[in-house]
Design a protein around this ligand. Structure first.
Ligand code: 3PG
Length: 390
């Protein structure tokens, strides 16, 4: 059973929280999503030790606990400053991983103090789900809160192993993610429309397989690399457009070519100049066909833009589809993934959706019906023998 922070008693969450967040984005949208959790903990007079990761650091090392030789952009110092502005109180950035020292600093700080450690992926144990690192992290706090849905598909020390050592809770944002995604995957209202775009089909295979085998999707509307691959399988010459050639990927895509539930664009927008042999957006007829399916839907799930949205002239399809989703007030609509969310925010279309997931890979894994290690770990009860040494 998952324990939710929103339902925890004041007594249970007094003391220090180890709060796992995900600041792994170019802008602050994931940080904004977890501000309510931080404010909730502060309202309860807690001390908060925030931990996060950024990127996939390589090459550096630790020098007396201080990360050295990693790219400057992967440190989290600026996040402390940014977060401080958002919560309007100091966020103390700790630039070393000398855990005994950190523990002392946290324990002697006033209630309501907020700390941020540097990028946890500077520590070799993080991505190995190392129990020794998990134990060190756990020693800093009285309980653990996961509000990092976006990294909950990774069995990392601060996401999974740490729950063996502390009472653990799902934060407010993770609670919303579980509810929102379950509504779309577990108990969706029909008709269910799944819109899949983006350059690659390979990262969406799990979602395609899950929704086909469970019979939960009524329509698959394809754009981008998935559409080009299916168009090729149907005998249409997509010329130099992005498409899949890996046999395993094609094995999943091939049945889509004859599946009546699958809608691929009947007309497309080709690029110009050196891009003239590439499909870069869906055409007006396809927009109309997609919009009809969207208008009749009761659940809409969208992952990945339908055109080459880096260029404004190829955003028409994605903008029209986002608007069509917004017009359907009866449907529960869900989207996520950095590229799609940043695009929707740029064109002020994000408010058109019932729920925006902070996850990219994590959202796709959830939609594929997979068990996420970070969520599964919250269901386990902490064992008494493994309590961290004081
Ligand atoms: C993400 O941005 O999807 C998460 O932070 C996970 O990052 P990762 O794919 O590097 O593990």
């Amino acid at each position: 059973m998952i324990h939710y922070l929103s339902k925890a008693s004041r007594k249970a969450i007094a003391g220090t929280a180890l709060l796992r967040l995900d600041f792994n984005t170019e802008d602050d949208w994931r940080m904004l999503a977890v501000i309510p959790t931080i404010l909730f903990l502060l309202k309860n007079d807690c001390r908060i030790v925030i931990v996060s990761h950024r990127g996939r650091p390589e090459g550096g090392s630790l020098n007396d606990g201080v990360p050295a030789g990693f790219p400057a952009a992967l440190h989290l110092k600026n996040d402390a400053a940014e977060l401080s502005k958002l919560i309007k109180k100091p966020v103390i950035f700790i630039r070393h991983f000398r855990f005994a020292e950190i523990k002392k600093e946290v324990a002697t700080s006033p209630k309501g103090s907020v700390f941020l450690l540097d990028n946890l992926r500077f520590l070799p144990g993080e991505e190995k789900n190392d129990p020794a690192l998990a134990r060190q992290l756990a020693s800093l706090a009285d309980y653990y809160v996961n509000d990092a849905f976006a990294v909950s598909h990774r069995a990392n020390a601060s996401v999974a192993a740490v729950t063996k050592f502390l009472e653990s809770y799902a934060g407010l944002e993770l609670e919303k993610e579980i509810a929102g995604l379950s509504r779309a995957v577990v108990t969706p209202n029909h008709p269910v429309v799944l819109i899949l775009g983006g350059a690659k089909a390979s990262d969406k295979l799990g979602v395609i397989k899950h929704f086909r085998s469970s019979g939960k999707a009524d329509h698959f509307l394809l754009g981008g690399g998935s559409a080009n691959s299916v168009l090729t399988l149907r005998g249409f010459d997509v010329k130099d457009s992005l498409r899949e050639s890996d046999p395993k990927t094609l094995a999943v895509l091939t049945p889509l070519a004859t599946d009546k539930k699958v809608v691929v664009p009947t007309d497309v927008v080709w690029g110009v100049g050196s891009d003239k042999k590439k499909i870069l957006d869906i055409g007006p007829k396809a927009i109309r066909r997609f919009s009809e399916a969207i208008a009749a839907a009761r659940t809409i799930i969208w992952s990945g833009p339908l055109g080459f949205i880096e260029r404004k002239e190829y955003t028409k399809g994605s903008i029209a589809v986002a608007r069509a989703i917004g017009r359907n007030r009866k449907a529960f609509s869900l989207t996520g993934g950095g590229e799609t969310v940043m695009f929707l925010k740029k064109y002020k279309l994000d408010k058109q959706f019932s729920f925006i997931s902070t996850g990219g890979g994590a959202m796709l894994d959830f939609l594929a019906g997979e068990k996420l290690p970070g969520i599964e770990a919250l269901k386990r009860v902490k064992s008494k023998q493994t309590k961290p040494k004081q």
